[in-house]
Design a protein around this ligand. Structure first.
Ligand SMILES: NC(=O)c1ccc[n+]([C@@H]2O[C@H](COP(=O)([O-])OP(=O)(O)OC[C@H]3O[C@@H](n4cnc5c(N)ncnc54)[C@H](OP(=O)(O)O)[C@@H]3O)[C@@H](O)[C@H]2O)c1
Length: 306
């Protein structure tokens, strides 16, 4: 297949690109910078997330588009300007890309879009599956509008799947990129009371699940929202203990940063650490997907660099 990917330089995009190339698929990286001098023709194509041209020639001859780009949710304090960037880089870019797909002939058959379990908001740790409604917090509203922005592609008959990913545990980025060093030093604190439920997935399973929805057997029948989360979410207490165990460090459950300090230091972004939602991968399991890493210990053993 010929597959175009946005956000291919990110944690998930880089791993997906490598996985697809290893299976001899042709990957077109849609990049925001000028294509590298050494890139082969058609391998890297410049795109502007705010103004994907209708019928962009980069998309003709492409079988599927995987859209992962977006300003990092945990990269900066959520000022009004950065919240606008988080939103625009997802909602406007997805709508522009979806419209561009509909104007491409022949149109790609599939549009696989990143999304997030932020859809559900804080459920107080209650179990939720894909049928649960969106929450009301900032991120829930962004995710709701991000998914809806793919409507033009859906209405044009293109298969659209939304990847409602949990915390992706992979070396070198995402949550592990932030927590691995303090855990390696044995000083990673609990956040708040540590009881909040964190729904996670190993990077390996994230890529396997994307491939399952993109080009796996029966993928043509799979559309709509899928939770990309392992079947065993953990509390922040359990994740912290598992990280210390993975680095063979003692775990001190009394080492905590109280919620009010997190809120003071990080502002609204503290929701990323304190939100509690037990998000289960009902649709992936129903479709016959099996996880390589069903427990957080197995995921950390596999993903952390030795
Ligand atoms: N990692 C997680 O735990 C997680 C969990 C849930 C959902 N997700 C979602 O999955 C997607 C991929 O995640 P990731 O962890 O691979 O993200 P990432 O490492 O932050 O990479 C995202 C990519 O998006 C592009 N990008 C950065 N800033 C941008 C901006 N302002 N406007 C447009 N594009 C921008 C960049 O790619 P280029 O420079 O190549 O354009 C960047 O490499 C994201 O949309 C993220 O919200 C991730």
């Amino acid at each position: 297949m010929r597959i175009a990917i946005t956000g291919s330089s990110g944690l998930i995009g880089a791993a997906l690109t490598a996985s697809l190339r290893a299976d001899d698929h042709q990957v077109v990286r849609l990049v925001r910078r000028p294509p590298r001098a050494g890139a082969q023709s058609g391998e890297e194509v410049r795109w502007d997330p705010r103004a994907a041209d209708a019928g962009d020639p980069a998309l003709s001859g492409v079988d599927a588009v995987v859209h992962l780009a977006g300003a990092g949710v945990g990269d900066h304090r959520w000022t009004a300007a950065y919240k606008a960037e988080i939103r625009a880089s997802r909602v406007l870019a997805t709508r522009a890309l979806a419209s561009a797909l509909t104007a491409t002939h022949p149109a790609p058959k599939a549009f696989i879009c990143a999304s997030a379990i932020g859809w559900y908001g804080d459920t107080g740790g209650r179990e939720v599956t894909e049928s649960a409604p969106a929450g009301k917090a900032f991120l829930s509203r962004v995710v709701h509008d991000w998914e809806a922005a793919a409507d033009p592609a859906r209405e044009a008959g293109i298969r659209v799947a939304h990847l409602r990913s949990g915390l992706v545990l992979g070396a070198g980025g995402g949550v592990l990129g932030r927590l691995a060093l303090p855990a390696r030093l044995g000083v990673l604190p609990r956040f708040g009371d540590g009881h909040q439920v964190m729904s996670w997935i190993s990077l390996t399973d994230e890529i396997r699940a994307i491939r399952f929805l993109l080009d796996g057997p029966g993928a043509d029948e799979r559309s709509g929202a899928y939770n990309l989360t392992a079947p065993n979410p953990v509390s922040n207490d359990e994740l912290t203990a598992a990280l210390h165990a993975a680095f063979k460090r003692p775990d001190f459950p009394w080492l905590r940063v109280p919620s009010f300090l997190l809120k003071l230091g990080l502002g609204e972004m503290s929701a990323e650490l304190l939100t509690s939602a037990r998000v289960l991968p009902a649709r992936l399991l129903d479709a016959g997907f099996s996880f390589d890493h069903a427990t957080v210990g197995a995921a950390l053993t596999a993903e952390l660099p030795r």
